[in-house]
Design a protein. Structure first.
Length: 235
């Protein structure tokens, strides 16, 4: 990793550092991105090093916040996201901040933050993520109809080709199912499956469950048969 892989916005942030330090921090940020989904503990070490070397660079603090979020360290993640907002003036992490408040059991605080003026200025994909989080909070509180209603406007206005559309359709389908409307749930799981080109959800499987389809894993059966010939354990 050379560090040149970071995007232009991050490079601009790193210009406040010396050339040598900027290159080193960039390399650590690239490693965070590479390791976040596979070795989050290793990603944490790189993120912490980046913050030690560039504590006032928003991208470094965001990287540490994202790793903490992935590890379920909600309080630390929230603290880092707040720092990013203060340093950058951007509210793009608001959905994650609301989700951290939810995870910490502070549902009222989460809803208050979700309804702040900052939320009105979010980009469409960030608004989708925020709406999904708020729907989850409503379900936590037993407000099942409200959980679905809070997504109803967005699902009908979003372009199905947007990256966030599949997740939005899926969340709406799940909320409608929880609210006792399986017919609507089936429709929106189908739309989620159609929009989910990257296979980021299990919408197709949920649709099959609602249709009562029992999929047989033939390869799995072969594996089971092979294991049947193994020696039985001694007692």
């Amino acid at each position: 990793m050379t560090g040149h892989e970071v995007d232009r916005a991050v490079k601009n942030q790193l210009r406040t550092l010396s050339k040598e330090n900027a290159e080193g921090v960039a390399q650590h940020l690239v490693m965070v991105a590479e390791l976040l989904d596979v070795e989050p503990e290793a990603a944490l070490a790189h993120a912490e090093t980046a913050v030690r070397r560039a504590g006032r660079v928003p991208a470094a603090r965001e990287a540490l916040g994202l790793v903490a979020y992935r590890l379920g360290d909600w309080a630390r993640a929230l603290g880092e996201f707040r720092t990013v907002r203060r340093l950058s003036g951007s509210s793009h992490l608001l959905p994650l901040m609301v989700d951290c408040e939810r995870a910490l059991g502070r549902h009222d605080k989460a809803l208050e933050l979700a309804q702040s003026e900052e939320a009105n200025n979010l980009a469409i994909d960030d608004r989708v993520e925020l709406a999904i989080v708020v729907s989850g909070i409503r379900r936590d509180l037993g407000q099942l109809d409200a959980a679905a209603a809070g997504l109803s406007d967005l699902v009908r206005r979003i372009n199905p080709n947007r990256p966030s559309a599949a997740r939005l359709f899926y969340a709406y389908a799940d909320a409608k199912l929880a609210a006792g409307d399986p017919d609507a749930a089936r429709d929106w799981f189908a739309r989620a499956a159609d929009a989910d080109h990257e296979l980021t959800t299990d919408a197709a499987e949920r649709l099959e469950e609602l249709d009562g389809v029992d999929v047989t894993d033939l390869l799995g059966d072969e594996d089971d048969d092979d294991r049947g010939f193994e020696a039985a354990p001694e007692h």
